[in-house]
Ligand binder design. Structure first.
Ligand code: FES
Ligand code: FES
Length: 159
């Protein structure tokens, strides 16, 4: 049975007719065409589909669209300033070469922003633990860890 869901995505009110079993990631990618949110596994393991929902990082492949009714969602497309100025965490990934193919990067950045709000000056160990739910097959994580540390400190400094 089709149901209507209404939510806010990147500051805009949107709605979609979906099946009860439709996932939030499907609405984001297929209904809204916001394809920066990736699907790497569909089984809540890789973290490529991570978005912010009501201020918390969530794996959008593990949430039904219906569960997002009335929610405030931000995807990677909503992170930079409207004029294109990168968010401090995006700038840190760029500066510290925290990506190669980029497939995992949107989910990494969304998780890192949420993590940095709670850890303004994180240790390497804290960052590595926070990355347990985000898989990267390219980088070996070293530069991602550096980028998240720098991004968190930049966010704490109000950049
Ligand atoms: Fe959601 Fe992999 S696609 S965790
Ligand atoms: Fe390729 Fe992470 S940069 S999967």
């Amino acid at each position: 049975m089709a149901v209507k869901v209404s939510l806010k995505v990147n500051g805009k009110s949107v709605s979609a007719e979906v099946e009860e079993r439709t996932l939030l990631v499907t609405v984001i990618r297929e209904n809204l065409r916001l394809t920066g949110t990736h699907v790497g596994c569909d089984t809540a393991q890789c973290g490529a589909c991570t978005v912010s929902m009501n201020g918390n990082a969530v794996k959008s492949c593990s949430i039904l669209a219906m569960q997002a009714e009335g929610a405030d969602v931000m995807t990677i497309e909503g992170v930079a300033q409207p004029d294109g100025t990168l968010h401090a965490m995006q700038a840190a990934f760029k500066e510290h070469h925290g990506l190669q193919c980029g497939f995992c990067t949107p989910g990494m950045v969304m998780n890192a922003i949420d993590f940095a709000k709670r850890h303004p000056d994180p240790s390497e160990q804290e960052i590595r633990e926070a990355l347990e739910g985000n898989l990267c097959r390219c980088t070996g994580y070293h530069n991602i860890v550096k980028a998240i540390g720098a991004g968190a400190r930049a966010m704490a400094a109000g950049k």
